[in-house]
Design a protein around this ligand. Structure first.
Ligand code: SAM
Length: 390
């Protein structure tokens, strides 16, 4: 960091971006770093990790600094002096807003809620071996040569959990060459749930930036994918990413459009609805979510998810619906509401029955849907359901 810009100012500025501009930690860090972060890559990485801890401690800091609207500089100064970890209120200790803590305790109980939020502090890293670029064995050897300590998932052999890396994964040669792609285990499971077969025509309703689309293309060569995303910018990013990952252009037809309004001439074999959500299951990736999640946001996404699920049921008799959310409003409740309107039968593919945790217990469909949690599955928090439309 340049000498004229103090650590207090830097952290305060990142927090300002997160709270006032509602951007993710990564975007906030990049914005504040621009023109100010001098020094080596290692120094930059150290600063990033410090920002990550600071943002993660935001609610904890608000518990300590009792003022109604403390300045961001004041919060960063207090944090740099050292925050007291002996806070008595559990939501303060875990640095989660009280409403979210109480909600999750109602679903999982106090002990498991503690384990869940503590597990978000250590990010678990997964890499997907990309057969489209190089054979699996060769990529594994290259990862070893780069000094990575890893373990191959016993049931999903193209997924590799990374325990130790000499540098951030994005800077590995194997990753820069797209032979291995950072992608969470839960994200791969959504695609595995689809059970894509040769000859299938698949609609990916919310496709950008295209990680799941590209996995579908990797797992089954003879499949045609119609991919939609409402964001033109994200669709553009996806187009470039698919090329770099090695997905042949003719296999994916990518359209920037609102999937709630699409009409197809005939139904398709499978639909993947990886819906936009609050991202509460991805707090390990972006701790700013703990500081900015609101009930209003959850209501907004829940409504959008229901609309997209009902549209999916018009397009195919075989749907996978997923969200990276911990909350039933973006999972079980959406399914229950959709089932009141259309005839859906949730089914867990037999291969994953023992792997999944059932949905939350108050909901009738809980034994037929899948929840993944970081403290159990070493993945992001996810809700996944597959339906037969009857
Ligand atoms: C969770 S992300 C999808 C991630 C993607 N499936 C992947 O694996 O890379 C949700 C996406 O839904 C898109 N989206 C939101 N509302 C939409 C809508 N009505 N129609 C189509 N896409 C939508 C967002 O732009 C965002 O890119």
């Amino acid at each position: 960091m340049k000498k004229s810009f103090s650590k207090v100012d830097f952290l305060a500025q990142v927090l300002y971006e997160v709270i006032e501009r509602r951007v993710s930690l990564d975007v906030a860090f990049k914005r504040v770093c621009r023109g100010r972060c001098a020094g080596s890559l290692e120094e930059r990485e150290k600063l990033y990790l410090e920002c990550r801890r600071f943002i993660s401690d935001y609610i904890k800091l608000r518990c300590i600094v009792k003022k109604k609207k403390p300045s961001y500089r004041h919060l960063s100064r207090v944090w740099l002096i050292g925050v007291d970890t002996r806070l008595s209120e559990p939501h303060c200790r875990l640095s989660v807003s009280k409403w979210l803590y109480d909600k999750v305790v109602g679903l999982l109980g106090a002990d498991e809620t503690e384990a869940l939020f503590e597990s978000f502090e250590d990010r678990v890293w997964w890499l997907r071996l990309n057969w489209l670029k190089a054979p699996e064995e060769r990529v594994l050897r290259e990862l070893e040569t780069e000094g990575i300590e890893f373990e191959v998932h016993p049931e999903i052999p193209y997924m590799v959990r990374v325990f130790k890396s000499p540098k951030p994964l994005r800077l590995l040669k194997t990753v820069k060459e797209f032979k291995a792609i950072p992608q969470d285990l839960a994200s791969a499971l959504c695609v595995e749930f689809m059970g894509v077969c040769p000859g299938d025509v698949v609609v990916d309703m919310c496709a950008a930036p295209g990680l799941k689309t590209s996995l579908i293309a990797m797992l089954e060569e003879d499949v045609r994918i119609l991919a939609f995303d409402i964001s033109r910018k994200r669709a553009e990013v996806m187009k470039h990413l698919l090329r770099k990952i090695g997905v042949p252009e003719h296999r994916v037809q990518l359209v920037a459009a609102d999937s709630r309004r699409i009409n197809l001439a005939s139904s398709v074999d499978k639909v993947l609805l990886d819906a936009p959500c609050s991202n509460s299951g991805s707090i390990d990736k972006d701790p700013s979510i703990k500081a900015t999640l609101t009930v209003g946001k959850i209501e907004f996404y829940s409504k959008r998810q229901l609309e997209l699920l009902l549209k999916s049921a018009e397009l195919s008799e075989d749907i996978v619906y997923s969200t990276c959310s911990l909350l039933p409003e973006e999972g079980e409740e959406v399914v229950a509401k959709a089932m009141n309107i259309v005839s859906l039968k949730p089914v867990i593919p037999p291969r994953f029955r023992s792997f999944c945790r059932p949905g939350y217990s108050p909901y009738g469909i809980s034994s037929s849907v899948c929840r993944l949690f970081p403290h159990i599955h070493n993945s992001e928090g996810f809700f996944i359901a597959r339906f037969e439309v009857k």
